[in-house]
Design a protein around this ligand. Structure first.
Ligand SMILES: Cc1cc2nc3c(=O)[nH]c(=O)nc-3n(C[C@H](O)[C@H](O)[C@H](O)COP(=O)(O)OP(=O)(O)OC[C@H]3O[C@@H](n4cnc5c(N)ncnc54)[C@H](O)[C@@H]3O)c2cc1C
Length: 383
């Protein structure tokens, strides 16, 4: 079953919700780089952001395939789930590794939407993709940690109450292995003197920021799991994130193919629809083929994930294929629309900018290729 065939009831409900947020809504926000508060409120109110939280904590307790369906439909409708997709899965680190007390305290509030946990700070300016080089440090002082350091590209920090922070609790040189000595803290950003949030304006409307921690105090009770094992906990959550980003790319790709097909059928030049020319229709068909192939890989990774089986490689491959297929579809759609593709009111140029992100974040294509080369094909590691 491809993702398109699954969860029809969810898909229809999300599509209906999205009709209340048409292109003009997203265009106005994009112009101002403003947060889609109304859209996020509607998704929260209808329960779509808590589908992955178990019923015992007030969520719907649905599998990852349901969350993938929600995000794919948002993107296929011309919207963008990035403003809130992390509210769906960031809580996974608490669910999998938090104490009972932490789960009881936070998960019901996240499920109801009264608490937003949709910021996660991993990337730092000087570490890049080499996460073991992060330098933000949490020093234990009695019943609290004192955090100093800097994060970059922490998205949604201004629209989140809690953030998942990966930091060092043991310097890299003193840890048994580079991947050890990092810990996950839940930082309550509503009461964090010393925390400065600076928005970064980017080529897309993404509410991303840089954060400065100047001796920010975090209660020791906000440590998730064991001190020093945080890198492993963050890695655990990455498969879900990659699969869901893959689903968003599939939604984008289907949006572009739908729009290009419709335009190519209607637009007449030289007295006939442009879509009658094979030079126009073949790229549309190719984009469709690539999206469907990528959707198959997203479905496979999702099935493995939902079956509790290892899926690291499949999740990575799904994200790579889906992000490249959506980018090809974006370029094709822009070309199909001629000059009109560049006009704001068609939504193509906005979606084109938005879908480009996913070849870089949350992990760049090169790092996925490196994983496949070394972990799957047995080639020597280059770094
Ligand atoms: C809009 C946006 C939102 C983001 N949101 C978040 C967020 O919420 N939280 C968070 O923690 N991070 C976030 N990120 C960060 C994102 O995950 C990183 O930008 C991404 O992982 C790349 O890291 P970098 O920018 O430091 O690139 P660098 O590590 O500097 O890499 C630059 C380029 O070099 C390549 N490269 C590096 N080393 C190698 C190698 N050994 N072999 C081959 N190629 C290599 C990379 O693939 C990349 O293309 C976001 C980024 C953006 C742009």
């Amino acid at each position: 079953m491809t993702p398109e065939d699954s969860h029809q009831d969810i898909r229809e409900a999300v599509r209906r919700l999205c009709t209340r947020f048409p292109g003009s809504y997203w265009q106005a926000l994009d112009r101002e780089r403003a947060y889609p508060a109304g859209f996020v409120k509607a998704l929260t109110y209808e329960g779509w952001l808590s589908v992955l939280i178990p019923e015992a904590y007030g969520g719907a307790g649905l599998p990852l395939s349901a969350a993938a369906a929600v995000l794919e439909e948002i993107h296929r409708s011309g919207g963008n789930g990035a403003a809130c997709h992390a509210q769906m899965y960031t809580m996974g680190v608490v669910l999998r590794h938090g104490s009972d007390a932490q789960k009881q305290l936070w998960l019901p509030q996240i499920a109801s939407g009264e608490l937003r946990l949709q910021a996660f700070g991993v990337t730092e300016p000087s570490s890049g993709v080499d996460t073991t080089r992060i330098a933000t440090f949490a020093r234990r002082d009695g019943d609290r940690y004192i955090v100093r350091g800097q994060k970059i590209w922490t998205s949604r920090a201004e629209y989140s109450d809690l953030m998942v922070l990966l930091c060092r609790t043991t310097p890299r040189e003193e840890a048994a292995r580079p991947s050890e000595g990092m810990s996950v803290l839940l930082v309550d950003m509503r009461e964090a003197p010393g925390l400065t949030i600076r928005p970064i304006r980017t080529m897309l409307n993404h509410a991303t920021t840089e954060l400065f921690f100047d001796d920010v105090e975090v209660p020791a009770g906000n440590l998730v799991g064991e001190e020093g094992r945080g890198f492993r906990y963050i890695l655990d959550g990455m498969n879900a994130e990659r699969i869901l980003i893959g689903a968003e790319c599939i939604g984008d790709g289907r949006f572009f193919v739908d729009r290009a097909s419709a335009y190519a059928r209607e637009r007449e030049v030289f007295g006939r629809p442009i879509g009658r020319n094979q030079g126009v229709q073949f790229p549309i068909a190719r984009a469709h083929v690539q999206i469907e192939a990528a959707a198959g890989m997203v479905a496979r990774a999702t099935d493995l994930y939902d079956g509790g089986r290892p899926c690291g490689t499949e999740a990575n491959m799904a994200k790579l294929l889906a992000s490249e297929a959506s980018w090809f579809a974006a370029d094709m759609c822009l070309q199909t629309h001629g000059g009109f593709g560049f006009a704001e009111e068609y939504d193509i140029e906005r979606k084109f900018r938005e879908t480009r992100l996913y070849q870089t974040a949350p992990i760049p294509t090169n790092l996925i290729l490196s994983h496949v080369a070394t972990h799957v094909l047995g080639l020597p590691k280059s770094f």
